[in-house]
Design a protein around this ligand. Structure first.
Ligand SMILES: O=C(O)CCC(=O)C(=O)O
Ligand SMILES: [Fe+2]
Length: 241
């Protein structure tokens, strides 16, 4: 059970972790993280503009190959990507994202292994995958994911620069927790925490790994499937997706 790993693990957090939050801080090994970041960037890049594709190509051509370098070297400078600011009342700021129907390559054994392990964590199937790439100064404001768009759990895998996830009870702002999400960590918000807590990803504040970009792989179960809590009273605040 994921929550047991949370209790016995190296997780760094403040506050009281809600019961339905499950966390594995060290789920992916570094080669798996490298494969996932590269594949996620490849998918997002392919969907971007030609102008930025050319800019990245010439930037990469000026670099020495770094296949074994630190993970943050997989990310190019912020201005090589088309991050969107987000609408003034939007929840996510300075980001790009896409809905992923398939991963870009099936010939990378490390990627296949990592995805297979990730999928073995899923509490149920009939899922949708999103990739969300936050700029160095990107952030996600407190929200509850749209309850009509997805069901009773949300999985998030974090890659790249570490960030703080904040959970806050919609009915009582004193009931809150902040959890450090290192690269390679995976969390699942299910049931009460999914429906009755707002979550946010705080703006980067020079954590141990410095200020950098982050990718999250978000997997959500379909709302028509596996829904347990049907009578929901959510406090006001922006909803997402
Ligand atoms: O990046 C994360 O861990 C959370 C993303 C999120 O809250 C969302 O996409 O709705
Ligand atoms: Fe969310």
């Amino acid at each position: 059970m994921l929550s047991k790993r949370f209790l016995s693990s190296i997780a760094k957090f403040r506050g009281t972790i809600p019961a339905d939050f499950h966390f594995i801080p060290d789920f992916f090994a570094v080669p798996e993280q490298r494969a996932l970041i590269s594949a996620a960037l490849m998918s997002l890049d392919a969907a971007g503009s030609r102008r930025l594709q050319r800019k990245r190509k010439s930037f990469v051509a000026s670099l020495k190959p770094t296949s074994e370098g630190p993970l943050d070297q997989l990310f190019l400078p912020d201005d090589c990507y088309e991050f969107v600011q987000g609408h003034y009342d939007g929840v996510v700021h300075n980001f790009r994202e896409m809905h992923l129907t398939s991963w870009p390559t099936t010939e990378n054994p490390e990627l296949m292994l990592a995805l297979g392990r990730l999928h073995s964590l899923l509490p149920s199937h009939d899922v949708q995958t999103h990739i969300l790439h936050l700029a160095s100064d990107g952030e996600i404001l407190p929200h509850v994911d749209n309850v009509s768009a997805s069901g009773r759990w949300i999985l998030g895998a974090s890659l790249g620069s570490e960030r703080i996830l904040r959970l806050e009870n919609c009915a009582n702002s004193d009931d809150a927790a902040e959890i450090l999400l290192p690269s390679g960590s995976v969390y699942i918000q299910s049931d009460t925490v999914r429906f009755q807590y707002k979550h946010s990803i705080l703006k980067n504040v020079a954590l141990t790994s410095g200020v950098g970009q982050r990718i999250s792989i978000m997997i959500r179960v379909s709302s028509s499937y596996d829904r347990k809590i049907s009578d929901l009273t959510l406090s006001s605040g922006p909803a997402r997706k």
